[in-house]
Ligand binder design. Structure first.
Ligand code: SF4
Length: 328
């Protein structure tokens, strides 16, 4: 079947993935493969801008890619690789930096936020982060970038850089990517307050054991107004209910909704049901992951093959870019 265009997406090597990664990105990555020519990168260079230590970089890359593959990202359909294995990214990053005004970069809210978060490490790479991201996208002749609504400004910035380059060198070699805006569910962590994330230790890993999963689910914060078992609850403000909507059957979701409001079900039983359903959902994933994890060398081969395929596209883009500029 003819594909509709090329999709690029990158993720930092954060190690084992959690339910937030799964519902917010991985599910979508898997779904896009049938209709698009997909390029999925582990963006390790990006990670260097904020990492305090790199000792887990390799292990985290392996863990993340194991999760991707076990979840259904298929290297026969998609290019899966590590960003730094394609050195052309660095050349394009530098070239695009010449058509990007410094003031624009330092004015970006994301840059200001990073400065606030790590005032002791406002490095050069942090300022150029959006240019590197633009280089990732255009190096692979990307047509579409899947984004949540909040990430739309990043893609608009990439489009501006592309226009600047094409205008400055009177060319059309760089493709202006379009956004594929998707409504990603906002997955809250077990604290019920903040977005699920490893750094907050409020996550539930996809590859957790059934026991670990149950333990984390039992820690979840519920409707704060429901103090006793006999109090009626409000599922609409409870994160346990939000996850039921994803992992439980429609009948179970209906039952929880009704029984919570009338105190017919207690939070302990409600969470046990959720844990059971999360565990059932991930049985095939966990089996596949365990199988893949037995042969880590196979994962590195898959990544090397992905980098070979990515380098072919990257080399062509760089050749066109150099020609457009008139570089000797
Ligand atoms: Fe939340 Fe379930 Fe407790 Fe209701 S019964 S407050 S949905 S955990």
């Amino acid at each position: 079947m003819e594909k509709k265009g090329r999709v690029f997406s990158g993720a930092r090597p954060t190690g084992k993935q959690h339910l937030g990664n799964y519902l917010g990105a991985i599910n979508n990555y898997v779904a896009l493969q049938n209709d698009y020519d997909c390029v999925y990168a582990v963006v390790d260079i990006h990670a260097l801008t904020t990492m305090e230590t790199t000792k887990d970089l390799k292990a985290n890359t392996l863990d993340m890619v194991l999760d991707w593959l076990a979840a259904g990202i298929d290297p026969a359909k998609s290019i899966v690789f590590v960003q730094s294995h394609v050195p052309q990214i660095n050349e394009l990053h530098v070239i695009l930096s010449m058509v990007t005004m410094l003031g624009k970069l330092t004015d970006l809210p994301t840059f200001k936020e990073k400065v606030r978060q790590q005032p002791q490490n406002v490095n050069y790479g942090l300022v150029g982060y959006p240019v590197l991201m633009a280089a990732d996208i255009v190096l692979y002749k990307t047509n579409l970038v899947p984004v949540g609504v909040d990430q739309a400004p990043h893609i608009e910035f990439t489009r501006e850089i592309v226009r600047s380059f094409n205008y400055r060198y009177n060319t059309d070699v760089l493709i202006e990517p379009q956004m594929k805006v998707t409504e990603f569910p906002k997955v809250l962590g077990i604290d019920g307050q903040q977005k699920m994330g490893k750094s907050l230790d409020n996550h539930i890993e996809m590859a957790a054991t059934p026991e670990e999963t149950q333990k984390r689910v039992m820690m979840m914060v519920t409707d704060p107004q429901r103090k006793r078992r006999s109090d009626p609850g409000n599922p609409d403000v409870c994160n346990v209910y939000s996850l039921h909507k994803t992992f439980s059957s429609p009948d179970e979701v209906k039952m929880v909704n009704q029984e919570c409001r009338t105190a017919g079900i207690g939070c302990v039983d409600c969470k046990k049901l959720l844990a059971k359903n999360i565990n059932s959902h991930f049985v095939p994933f966990r089996e596949k992951r365990a199988e893949l994890a037995q042969k880590p060398e196979r994962i590195w081969e898959i990544l090397e093959d992905g980098a070979d395929r990515a380098r072919v596209i990257a080399a062509e883009t760089i050749r066109e870019v150099r020609d457009a500029i008139g570089m000797p």
